[in-house]
Design a protein around this ligand. Structure first.
Ligand SMILES: NC(=O)c1ccc[n+]([C@@H]2O[C@H](COP(=O)([O-])OP(=O)(O)OC[C@H]3O[C@@H](n4cnc5c(N)ncnc54)[C@H](O)[C@@H]3O)[C@@H](O)[C@H]2O)c1
Ligand SMILES: CC(C)C[C@H](N)C(=O)O
Length: 364
């Protein structure tokens, strides 16, 4: 990968490479765009096949956060970190504290939180070294684990998508195929089960599958079989790029609505989804609940205010579905246009000089 060429193509601001031999930290912090405010995005810890794969993931995820934060109406830019390592084996106090010092060195340009492979406890360790971290323990006045709030937002967004596809937003009796039953998807399944949906689940972690089978009477299938099951809604809640040339011909669902980031391998897969008449909830719109919740901490956390915004994801998606219908364009394009317009307009509106270049958040 020609890294600077790639960064120029998609307008990236900064890529920070973190290496600390003593703690074993190997990480990439990527800041995509800070037009709207400091870059907020989670930290993923994962066993990447190569340094290049980790760096590419950080870049793709950071850009996704710019779009997510802008679409959710937040005054925040987009960034993300990936730490190379096995979250079950390689975590330590010194690793997260070393990482916290790298974040502190960015002096507020980047603020982190949880993502795949990291927890509230990890954020607390980062917090030992920097204030630029959210999703820490509620004892610090924080909002805690964002996953259940993300799950609630996805549930609401799934209802909006069902309304468009089936004429009613009730999920009672609907069959929903869930890929990955980790932190977000388990909470999401609680809402779906309560509403009377039938669940089909898969995960590469057998214990996660078992937990969902026992709690929700879910039917379990092997990871490769989840795409072809008979279902109304496919909910991708594991990793990205799962809507692609191999999986699309297998899908029977009328709706794709899940929490995973970067679900479309390439944009053209969003075009194919549209041509097939599948209602696709753009990932960064439907899964914004967690970031909305942690972002509220920057204003002094108020759960009621945050939840009101998360409820609004239903309407945010409806707006995108309306634009998609009116303009006959795929939903991912409708969402991208809205975001790009917001950023362009605000770039202009925020171009006047301010003493010390203060941002709204730093004034609170
Ligand atoms: N946690 C949040 O608040 C949040 C917010 C927005 C988006 N997301 C996104 O939602 C997704 C899930 O996040 P999470 O926090 O629940 O992570 P998690 O690690 O708790 O859950 C992911 C699950 O997917 C499983 N998995 C991985 N690869 C798989 C595969 N090929 N087939 C089946 N299962 C597989 C894992 O074993 C794990 O159980 C991620 O893409 C994440 O970026 C999370
Ligand atoms: C800020 C975090 C809650 C970010 C979350 N992992 C996301 O992808 O939205």
């Amino acid at each position: 990968m020609e890294i600077l060429t790639y960064m120029e193509k998609y307008d990236y601001e900064q890529l920070v490479v973190c290496q600390d031999k003593e703690s074993g930290l190997k990480a990439f912090i990527c800041i995509h765009d800070t037009t709207l405010g400091p870059a907020l995005g989670g930290t993923r810890m994962w066993t990447y096949k190569s340094e290049e794969a980790a760096m590419e993931d950080a870049l793709r995820l950071a850009r996704g956060m710019t779009y997510k934060n802008a679409a959710a109406g937040l005054n925040l830019g987009g960034g993300k970190t990936v730490i190379m390592g096995d979250p079950r084996r390689d975590k330590s106090e010194e690793l997260f504290r070393a990482f916290g010092r790298y974040i502190q060195g960015l002096n507020g340009r980047y603020i982190t939180a949880e993502d795949v492979g990291t927890t509230v406890e990890d954020m607390d360790l980062i917090h030992e070294e920097t204030d630029y971290v959210t999703g820490i323990s509620p004892a610090f006045g924080s909002s805690g684990n964002p996953s259940p709030i993300t799950a609630y937002g996805v549930y609401k967004g799934m209802k909006a998508s069902a309304k468009v596809a089936f004429g009613s937003d009730s999920l009672e009796g609907k069959t929903i195929a869930v890929q990955g039953v980790g932190n977000v998807a388990y909470s999401m399944c609680e809402f779906l089960h309560e509403e009377g949906a039938n669940l089909i689940v898969t995960d590469i972690n057998k214990e996660a599958v078992q937990r969902a089978v026992e709690a929700f009477g879910a039917k379990a299938v092997d990871p490769d079989d989840i795409y072809s099951v008979d279902c109304d809604i496919f909910a991708p809640c594991a990793l990205g790029a799962i809507i692609n040339d191999d999986t699309l011909p297998q899908l029977k669902a009328k709706v794709i609505a899940g929490s995973a980031n970067n679900q479309l391998r390439e944009d053209n897969h969003g075009d194919i989804v549209f041509e097939k008449g599948i209602v696709y909830a753009p990932d960064y719109v439907i899964n914004a609940g967690g970031v909305i919740n942690v972002a509220d901490e920057l204003l002094g956390y108020n759960r009621e205010r945050a939840m009101k915004k998360v409820e609004g994801l239903y309407d945010n998606l409806m707006k995108i579905y309306d634009i998609s219908k009116e303009q006959n364009i795929p939903t991912y394009k409708a969402a991208d246009h809205l975001v790009e317009q917001r950023i362009a307009k605000l770039k202009n509106a925020r171009s006047t000089f301010l003493q010390n270049g203060q941002s709204i958040i730093s004034r609170r």
